[in-house]
Design a protein around this ligand. Structure first.
Ligand code: SAM
Ligand code: DTB
Ligand code: SF4
Length: 318
């Protein structure tokens, strides 16, 4: 889609935009269903990169305790817990610049993936930069999706990160696609970018071939100690417009209402879910930040008559 097409969609009268997004959503998805995904930080803090939003960068004093890579057993235990509460996707994040084939840490991640992939959930990892050989190994180990966000427009990117480039992000995404792993790619709003930056980001997402399987839309959580700690919250109608425009531009993508739900009211979340968001992160914690509690999300789903997406049928044992 061109930027001007996206602008035309985005700037329509709000209720027209929502109606259109809703219609697109209903014709491509079961509109009563929502996917629950659980996140786990398998390696926390001490990251070499300087992403201005991130509590895990070693450059900022954020109070996040660095933790070594978790053991296979520890991760499997958390993953089982996620499955037990109804999550059908388990996403593991590591605070690294990237991973390299042959590295002991990467081998351990592969072990973790092999174990988690036995549990029957979608297995997503977000490990930073990689190239084709690493992507192929992850796929062989059982990864079904790789999360790597472009986060904002190419123009605004240098304002939030200096230790790697927008082009580096795209190269990783290309390697993931070449290895035939589903791409989960989205961004953050509320970092000081303009609405045009957000649409430019969306324009890049629509140019992916194939289009991203999932698009996380994060609202900045202003983590204390980071350069963005004082950013004001985003306007709810700007968020709804972006969700709706994403649904229209990428009808088959799972649109995830991701970080920052603790600052959204139930009504605000309902508008986003009406406009075509069909997935949330579920569980008390994101990577290092708070997420609404499980009980609160259960109550929200009940109030909105949404059902968690059913897990895939287990493969019969012969
Ligand atoms: N190190 C890997 C990377 O950079 O891709 C993976 C982990 S990183 C924490 C994953 C994504 O979480 C980021 O791309 C960003 O979109 C989101 N994120 C991180 N901190 C956030 C914050 N404070 N508020 C909202 N989203 C955040
Ligand atoms: C994504 O786009 N959002 C998730 C997931 N991908 C890895 C991470 C949100 C992190 C929020 C900040 C934190 O927990 O430190
Ligand atoms: Fe490191 Fe990822 Fe955080 Fe950037 S977003 S500082 S790469 S963990």
């Amino acid at each position: 889609m061109t930027l001007s097409e996206l602008q035309r969609i985005y700037t329509a009268p709000l209720f027209d935009l929502m109606e259109r997004a809703r219609a697109t959503f209903s014709s491509h998805w079961n509109k009563r269903e929502i996917q629950l995904c659980t996140l786990l930080s398998i390696k926390t803090g001490g990251c070499s990169e300087d992403c201005a939003y991130c509590a895990q960068s070693a450059r900022y004093r954020t109070g996040v305790q660095s933790e070594r890579l978790m053991s296979v057993q520890q991760v499997v235990e958390v993953a089982r817990g996620a499955r037990a509460i109804g999550s059908t996707r388990f996403c593991m994040g590591a605070a690294w610049k990237g991973v390299r084939n042959g590295d002991g840490k990467f081998e351990q991640v592969l072990e973790i993936v092999r174990a988690v992939s036995q549990l029957g959930m979608e297995v997503c990892v977000t490990l930073g930069h990689l190239t084709l050989p690493e992507a192929k190994k992850l796929r062989e180990a059982g990864v079904t999706a790789y999360n790597h966000n472009i986060d904002t427009s190419e123009d605004f990117y240098p304002e939030i990160v200096s230790t790697h480039s927008f082009a580096d992000r795209l190269n990783t995404i290309q390697a993931v696609q070449e290895a035939q792993i589903a791409v989960c790619c989205g961004g953050i709003i509320g970092m000081g970018e303009t609405e045009l930056d957000r649409l430019k980001m969306l324009q890049v997402l629509t140019s992916f071939d194939p289009p991203p399987e999932s698009v996380p839309i994060n609202c900045l959580i202003p983590m204390p100690g980071t350069p963005l700690e004082n950013q004001p919250p985003v306007d709810i109608f700007e968020l709804v417009r972006l969700v709706a425009t994403t649904r229209i531009a990428l009808p088959k993508a799972k649109v995830r209402l991701s970080a920052g739900r603790t600052r959204l009211t139930r009504e605000a979340q309902a508008l986003c879910l009406f406009a075509g968001a069909n997935s949330i992160f579920y569980g008390d914690k994101l990577l290092t930040a708070k997420n609404p509690g499980v009980d609160q999300d259960r109550a929200l789903m009940a109030a909105l008559d949404l059902d968690p997406r059913s897990p895939p049928l287990p493969t019969p044992v012969r």
